[in-house]
Write a protein that binds this ligand. Structure first.
Ligand code: NAD
Ligand code: XAI
Ligand code: MG
Ligand code: MG
Length: 345
């Protein structure tokens, strides 16, 4: 285990050098890995595991788009592709990659197959942490652990194919066999993680729900809209407002942040930009911190889980989400984005 000094705090991380793929294969040699759910994480994790040489089957509702995707990706009905319950019966490590609401609906189908010696895996602390709302209480005889890629399943797959990797957290919820940790790390490496850092189920779900509602998705989408609307209201054209809000960020400045940090990005902008950004940074922080405190509170009280479960358990939840995404796509800001992307050399 490598001990890394993260800005003054020592943390242990598991790298591919310390836990190589061969070791992961040794640990999981006798396991049949059943990936339950083939939405976004399902394909990324199942295909990476398969390409890495693990024994993988998929469990998915038949007559669904996800089932067709699994067939398209080479899983064969009756051999490596089954209904959820049949896959849960055949698998020895059940990877619960149904949607968080779907995991509640499917729990009674999965639970009877969690017999002694088997393992239950998640990519989120949601189900087990909010068990009062989800009813997901794993039987005592099984190992329960998670590896949670810090990014989209689409990126997990793309980076794997490029020979790179997304980082993941890992956590042990229950260690019945005494081998839960090595299994968690082996799966974490097998799905293509670049390195793994330790967490708990509760910390994973609290930080994940905060991050995606906050800076990673909700806040960024909101602040884009706010700046775009201000620029438009002051007479700027759509292309100018879009370029100054989104395109420059994704194409020019964020790659610099990714490469070498915020000060590096600042240092590669004008002294005029640096002066202003350093002055305004504090105001943005001050305005946003209370919103983020509210958000964390809403996560920690279980309110965000309740909202998610209620919304995503409706029979028409997909149509409703698609409607909202369509509205976003059709807004002037993102229609401008569509044209700007086409103009990229
Ligand atoms: N999307 C990501 O990239 C990502 C990243 C990290 C962690 N996670 C976590 O991984 C897990 C899977 O997320 P996802 O985004 O891949 O899921 P998703 O929303 O794409 O859904 C996955 C599958 O669940 C199935 N499903 C939904 N409701 C069902 C029901 N009632 N009965 C049976 N099947 C049902 C769908 O057919 C779909 O194939 C979640 O715990 C999520 O929080 C997701
Ligand atoms: C990809 C994210 C946002 O990191 C994940 O948490 C999710 O829920 O999809
Ligand atoms: Mg999430
Ligand atoms: Mg996440």
């Amino acid at each position: 285990m490598a001990i890394i000094n993260f800005g003054g705090t020592q943390e242990e991380v598991i790298t591919r050098e310390e836990f190589p793929l061969d070791k992961a294969k040794e640990v999981l040699a006798n396991e049949t890995i059943a990936v339950l759910g083939y939405g976004i994480q399902g394909p990324g994790q199942a295909l990476n595991l398969k390409d890495n040489g693990f024994n993988v089957i998929v469990g998915q509702r038949k007559k669904s788009k996800s089932w067709d995707n699994a067939v398209r990706d080479g899983f064969i009905e009756g051999e490596t592709l089954f209904e959820i319950e049949a896959a849960a019966e055949k698998g020895t490590i059940l990877m619960n990659l149904l949607s968080d609401a779907g995991q509640i609906a499917a729990w009674e189908q999965i639970k009877p197959h969690l017999t002694e010696g088997k393992s239950l895996y998640f990519s989120h602390g949601f189900g087990a942490t909010f068990h009062k709302q989800t009813g997901i209480v794993p039987p005592k005889e099984v190992d329960v652990f998670l590896a949670a890629p810090k990014g989209s399943g689409t990126s997990l797959r793309r980076l794997f194919l490029e020979g790179k990797g997304l980082n993941s957290s890992y956590a042990i919820f229950q260690d019945a066999s005494g081998r839960a940790k090595e299994k968690a790390l082996a799966i974490g490496i097998g799905i293509g993680s670049g390195y793994l850092f330790e967490t708990t189920f509760q910390k994973e779900v609290y930080s994940d729900l905060t991050g995606e509602r906050g800076v990673l998705m909700g806040a960024i989408a909101g602040i884009f809209e706010a700046q775009y609307e201000v620029l438009r209201s002051k007479g700027h054209t759509p292309s100018e407002a879009f370029n100054e809000t989104v395109e420059e960020l994704t194409q020019s400045l964020m790659p610099l942040v990714a490469e070498n940090g915020m000060d590096w990005m600042f240092a590669n902008c004008s002294t005029t930009a640096q002066r202003g950004a350093l002055d305004w940074k504090g105001k943005f922080k001050e305005a946003n911190k209370p919103v983020l405190e509210d958000l964390y509170e809403s996560v920690a009280t279980g309110n965000e889980a309740a909202i998610t479960i209620k919304a995503n358990s409706q029979p028409n939840y997909r149509e409703k989400l698609e409607e909202e995404l369509t509205e976003l796509r059709n807004s002037e800001l993102w229609q401008t984005g569509l044209e700007v992307r086409k103009l990229r050399p």
